[in-house]
Write a protein that binds this ligand. Structure first.
Ligand code: NAP
Length: 249
């Protein structure tokens, strides 16, 4: 087993995930750059430096997930941090570009197969990857799991009629709400182990996910997830926050 702690970031070939991987490498981690296309992961790993290694990982493909867990055990022998960052805002069929994709994702019109595809990546993918990595995480001295959620999925904020963003509350937002619940479920189930499970919102960040309309940089978007990945033993579990502090569920 290597001495350096190991972090896996899913969907780290671009966007916020790549920045989280870069920041964790700067904090001394060996970083596994999860990418469903290996070449894209290799390009990202090269851009980060020698501490980064590409890892083929499609969060919707059980064989890919199992092979990734197997490779981590045999090549690195440990896993200390899992950042479930991979996510999609739409299934890529109807009106694929944001903000039109937010309209076509409204549950009054979204094709059920598209809803399923978004939940497959954003919700079931996180459960599948976390379950596969848990044996390694349980062996680590102080494992941390960070999920990447969204204030857009906050039921409290969206239930407020004064919130203008609730006009966009559809498939993607509902998938993030479900992910928030999944995060709490893992946090509760692992409470006695010392493994901390928290969820970060990056804020509206300029990435391919929103056709680069976001107002924050990926450096800003990565910060809260990185902070949660580095929590000490006195840190919390089962929290939802962004850079400004706690976010209501
Ligand atoms: P992005 O640039 O589109 O990156 C998304 C990443 O997820 C890409 O690496 C993508 O890989 C990967 N991915 C998608 N499906 C996957 C799968 N089945 N298996 C493995 N990887 C997969 O978007 P981003 O903004 O950085 O998104 C990162 C996270 O932040 C997402 O969970 C998103 O919901 C969340 N978030 C973003 C914002 C924002 O304003 N940008 C706000 C709140 C939350 P490919 O390159 O292969 O497509």
């Amino acid at each position: 087993m290597q001495d350096t702690p190991v972090a896996l970031v899913t969907g780290a070939n671009k966007g916020i995930g790549r920045q989280i991987a870069k920041d964790l490498a700067a904090h001394g981690f060996t970083v596994l750059v999860g990418s469903r296309t290996l070449e894209h992961g290799e390009a990202a790993a090269t851009s980060i430096g020698a501490a980064a290694h590409a890892l083929q990982l499609d969060v919707t493909d059980q064989a890919s997930i199992a092979a990734a867990a197997e490779r981590i055990r045999h090549e690195f022998g440990r896993l200390d941090v899992l950042v479930n960052n991979a996510g999609i805002s739409h299934a890529g069929r109807m009106n694929a570009q944001f903000p039109a994709s937010a309209q076509s994702g409204l549950l009054t019109v979204a094709p059920l197969d598209d809803v399923r595809a978004v939940f497959e990546t954003n919700v079931f993918g996180v459960i599948a990857v976390t379950q596969a990595m848990l044996p390694l995480l349980r062996e680590a001295p102080a494992a941390r799991i960070v999920n990447v959620g969204s204030t857009g999925g906050s039921l409290t904020w969206n239930a407020d009629p004064a919130n203008p963003h609730r006009a966009m509350f559809g498939t993607y937002s509902a998938s993030k709400t479900a992910l928030h619940a999944v995060t709490l479920a893992f946090a509760f189930a692992l409470e006695s182990t010392g493994i901390k499970v928290n969820i970060a919102c990056p804020g509206f960040t300029a990435t391919a996910l929103n056709n680069f309309r976001g107002t924050r940089t990926v450096e800003q978007g990565a910060r809260e997830a990185v902070r949660l990945a580095l929590l000490g033993s006195d840190g919390p579990t089962g929290t939802f926050s962004d850079e400004d502090g706690p976010v209501p569920w």
